[in-house]
Design a binder for this molecule. Sequence first.
Ligand SMILES: Cc1cc2nc3c(=O)[nH]c(=O)nc-3n(C[C@H](O)[C@H](O)[C@H](O)COP(=O)(O)O)c2cc1C
Length: 324
Amino acid sequence: MIEGGNVGLSVDLAPNNPHHLKLANPVIIASGTFGYDGYGRGITPEMDLGLLGAVIPKTVTRHPREGNPEPRWYPPSYREALEDGESIFLNSIGLTNPGIEAALTTLAPEWSRQDATMILSLSAESVSEFGEMTAMTQGVSGFQAIELNLSCPNIENGAHFSHSAALTAGAVAAVRANTGLPVLAKLAPNVPDVSEIALAAVGAGADALTISNTLPAMQINIESRQPVLGAVTGGLSGHGLRPVALALVYRAAQVVDVPIIGVGGIFNASHALEYFLAGATAVQVGSANLADLWSPFRILDELKVYLGEAGVSDIGDLVGAVRT
Ligand SMILES: Cc1cc2nc3c(=O)[nH]c(=O)nc-3n(C[C@H](O)[C@H](O)[C@H](O)COP(=O)(O)O)c2cc1C
C-alpha cells in the first residue's frame, strides 16, 4: 500500500452518535461483494482488511435464504466482460445467507478477529422484524455499525421499505430503538424523489445514508428468447449504475446534514472522486471486487496519489465541492 503522506483520509460516518464511526479512510467494501460469496471467500491473508475504511459482509435476514434460481449473474465472468468493454452487469442472488442466528454465532466471531471495521447488514420482512433482529445483536461483538438494506430488488418486496418514506422511517426507528450503534440506511435508486426518503431516514435516526443499491433491470438472449437471469429480472450494478447513483447522492446531499456513502460503479479513484464532489463523505466498492478482489486497495492507493498530486490536504475538502 502507498503511504497517505500528509493527506487527511480519515472520516467519521456518525458524527452525531456518541459511538461515532471513525474510519481510517473512506473506502469501504460494499455488502454482497466481500469476496466471491459475500462473506470473504477468496480473500487471502495478504489482504489486510484493516487498511480499508470498513467492510460490509452480505446482508443477513431473520431466517436462512437459499436465494434465486441460476443463473444469478450476467455476464458470467465480469472480469472478462470488462476486458471486452462490456459495461452492463446484472445480478439476482436473492439474498442467499445463513440467517441472523448463524451470522451472530459463527460469522461475527470471525469478524472480531479481523483488525478491521466491520458493518453488519440487515434486511427484514417487516418493521417489527427489523426491531427484533436488531435486539438480537445486543451484546454481540464483531461489528461497529449496522447498515439497513432497505432496498434489495432481488427478493419479493425487498425494496418496499425504501420506496416509502413512512416504511423507511418505521424501519430506521425500530432499529434505532434497539441499538446505540451507528445506523446506516441503504436506499434504492428507483424512487421518484430520493430527498423525501433521505429525510425520512434521517428524521427517524439514521446516522448516515448509503446511496444506492442496484437498479431493477433485465436482459434477454434473443437466440433462446430467454432472460439471461434465472429470476428473469435482477439488479444493475457497475458502470451503468454510476451516473444514476451519483445524481442521487448529489440530490440527497442538498437536503440532509448526515454523511452520505456513495456506491455504484466505482472502479477507480476518478469514479470515487466524482462521488466526493457530489457530496459523499465515503464510498463503497461493489462490482469491481467481482472482477478483482484487490480493487478497493488499488482505488485507495490511487486516491492517495491523486490527493497528493492535487495538493488536497484533507479528503473532506472535496466533499460537496462540485461547482454547479
Ligand atoms: C453480486 C452482488 C450481490 C449483492 N448483494 C447485496 C447484499 O446482500 N446486500 C446489499 O445491501 N447490497 C448488495 N449488493 C449491492 C451492492 O452492495 C451495491 O450497492 C451495488 O452493487 C452498487 O455498487 P457497485 O456498482 O459498485 O456494484 C450486491 C451487489 C452485487 C453485484
